[in-house]
Ligand binder design. Structure first.
Ligand SMILES: *Cc1c(COP(=O)(O)O)cnc(C)c1O
Length: 398
């Protein structure tokens, strides 16, 4: 009985078509004969060999993401962070140096400081808002330069074209990698920035906007160059990095509404950022579309869109306990990491503890990620939480 339930003669009719792409799950991929097993290649994606090397479902997501990013090749990783560390592992060897912006996504720096260093790979930091700082960090040993726009939490927008030009001139041997999670493939084309061309590869936390559901972790690596892709693909395959097909399906389901959600969250976030500018308790409002925000001109030269993130600096006369009470008082904004989902989120940060280079920020920073709730309700929520904060402050504190 079990055998005939497994090796059943029925095969469904071919030519099924529906709106969502099919979800093909596999560890074993079956071959019609030994010759096929011997001949099939996994690395050019022309055939299937083993679940880890791809199924029609991962190839479909990869092709759609390549279109989104303006790339030719895409690899999938189980998280955005896994995509970042895979790039590091694939492109760096003992004696090499990697260069990171000081406002890089924190765990990327942690990987350099704790893992890469053990493999005799050094890292150097640069201030992405000061070109000489990048120039000074580049050496003949530099093999990989990370860019990120805008900076993590503080959202400074660097001159991406100038950074790329600087690396091409001073460290032509280095691969330029961009963490493109904020731009999501929508705000600008990282592979065609202008006369200087573009970056060599992007990584994207699909966890954020492409998923849109706050329910899946995934990352991608995208590139144009065939030889670079092969280096990355071999490391991807040899390190056993794979993604689950239910997760791929979740991202495929999010993609059709990606541009609409991004635009809606961008528009909502700009309204909230403008409102935050009217609140005296927020001494700085950090959002690249605001004229006074750091790097606004660079943002305006490259993008029209912005993601749904805004960071406010709370008046430094409030204590950390008081600013924590402000975040605790929020009702619609929930407390949690990540962004791009339906629920708005808030996280407090102490800038001085996040950076190695000096920062102008003295008060607690609160990063707000705007979800899909109505803007009026979110502003009402911020208003009532600000009232809680004011009620906590004695006359001696203000
Ligand atoms: C979230 C994020 C990542 C990491 O993505 P995970 O899927 O959470 O590992 C990397 N870079 C940026 C800029 C991010 O926002």
């Amino acid at each position: 009985m079990p055998t005939s339930l497994i090796h059943h003669p029925y095969t469904p009719p071919a030519d099924f078509e529906a709106v969502p792409p099919g979800v093909f799950k596999a560890s074993s991929v079956l071959f019609p004969n030994v010759a096929a097993l011997r001949e099939r290649r996994w690395d050019d994606k022309s055939a299937y060999t083993y679940g880890l090397h791809g199924t029609p479902t991962t190839f479909t997501l990869g092709a759609r993401l390549a279109t989104l990013e303006g790339a030719r090749h895409v690899l999938l990783a189980p998280s955005g962070l896994a995509a970042i560390t895979l790039v590091d592992m694939a492109l760096l060897k003992a004696g090499d140096e990697v260069v990171l912006p000081d406002n890089v996504y924190g765990p990327s720096l942690s990987f350099a400081a704790h893992e890469l260093v053990q493999w005799d790979i050094a890292h150097r930091l640069y201030d992405p808002m000061a070109l000489p700082s990048l120039a000074a960090a580049l050496t003949p040993a530099t093999r990989l330069v990370w860019l990120e726009v805008p900076g993590s939490v503080t959202l400074e927008f660097p001159d991406l074209r100038a950074l790329v030009r600087c690396v091409r001139e001073r460290a032509p041997q280095a691969v330029i990698a961009l963490d493109n999670t904020w731009g999501a493939g929508l705000a600008f084309n990282a592979f065609e920035l202008g006369e200087e061309g573009g970056v060599d590869l992007t990584v994207h936390a699909l966890t954020k906007y492409p998923s849109g559901g706050a329910d899946v972790l995934m990352g991608s690596i995208a590139c144009l160059d065939d030889a670079l892709y092969q280096r990355l693909a071999w490391c991807h395959s040899r390190s056993g990095v794979g993604v689950g097909m239910n997760d791929v399906e979740a991202v495929l389901r999010g993609l059709p509404s990606l541009a609409l959600r991004y635009a809606a969250q961008d528009a909502a976030c700009r309204r909230i950022a403008a409102w935050c500018c009217t609140q005296k308790t927020f001494v700085r409002v950090l959002h690249p579309a605001l004229p006074e925000a750091p790097g606004h001109a660079h943002w305006a030269a490259l993008c029209q869109a912005a993601a749904g993130l805004v960071t406010v600096e709370i008046d430094p006369r409030f204590s950390q306990t008081q600013t924590d009470a402000f975040v605790d008082a929020l009702r619609l904004f929930r407390i949690g990491w990540s962004w791009g989902g339906p629920v708005s989120l808030a996280v407090p940060y102490e800038a001085a503890q996040m950076r190695r280079l000096p920062t102008p920020y003295r008060g607690t920073l609160v990063r707000l990620c705007i979800g899909l709730e109505s803007v009026e309700d979110l502003i009402a929520d911020l208003t009532q939480a600000l009232a809680v904060l004011q009620s906590l402050a004695g006359p001696e504190t203000l």
